[in-house]
Design a protein around this ligand. Structure first.
Ligand SMILES: [Zn+2]
Length: 185
């Protein structure tokens, strides 16, 4: 999935464990679930526009990814300070691509980082270990639309749903009863 989806998922996960004490437990649960969420969302990416290789000749590809980049920056600006732990672990596996593409761009070689290790680990979890592998077998029944530009709308819809979830969580947190005003008698 694209980075805004991972960022938003990390925010929601950290927020949902916000009430758990001790704080170390909340952060541990957030880190584990946020990391695992990345694997699930990447499996789900098959139904969205997600070609494996960049296509700088396609105006749509360039425009879409520019919008994704702007949205990622906006989301980080909004939530990094408060939810950095969830965001960092939800996005962590994409460090793979920084290492791998970075080696190509800068013409350097890092012998131990020629493979996307974190994605390989998530792939192993989501393809071999129940109940994660059960989820994958359900997701794999969905159509593969990675090369269909219109399929980006699924990801836009998912982001909208995650934003709505976050909004509802924030509303639920607010005290429903306002402090009683001083009565003048
Ligand atoms: Zn990924």
């Amino acid at each position: 999935m694209q980075e805004p989806t991972h960022i938003l998922t990390g925010v929601i996960i950290q927020k949902s464990f916000g009430g758990i004490r001790p704080r170390g437990l909340a952060l541990g649960l957030t880190a584990t679930l946020a990391f695992l969420s990345h694997g699930f969302l990447d499996e789900l990416a098959r139904i969205t526009f997600h070609p494996a290789d960049p296509d700088f000749h396609s105006p749509f590809w360039v425009g879409y990814h520019a919008a994704v980049l702007m949205t990622s920056i906006l989301f980080l600006f909004l939530w990094w300070k408060k939810y950095k732990w969830g965001i960092a672990f939800a996005a962590l596996p994409d460090v793979d691509w920084i290492f791998i593409h970075g080696q190509g761009i800068f013409h350097i070689q890092i012998p131990f980082y020629r493979q996307p290790h974190l994605h390989d680990l998530l792939h192993l979890i989501y393809h071999r270990i129940p109940p994660f592998s059960w989820l994958t077998s359900i997701v794999n029944r969905l159509p593969n639309d990675r090369h269909n530009p219109w399929a980006c709308l699924w990801e836009v819809l998912l982001v909208a749903m995650l934003l709505l979830t976050l909004r509802l969580m924030t509303m639920a947190e607010r005290p429903s009863v306002r402090p009683a005003k001083l009565q003048v008698t």
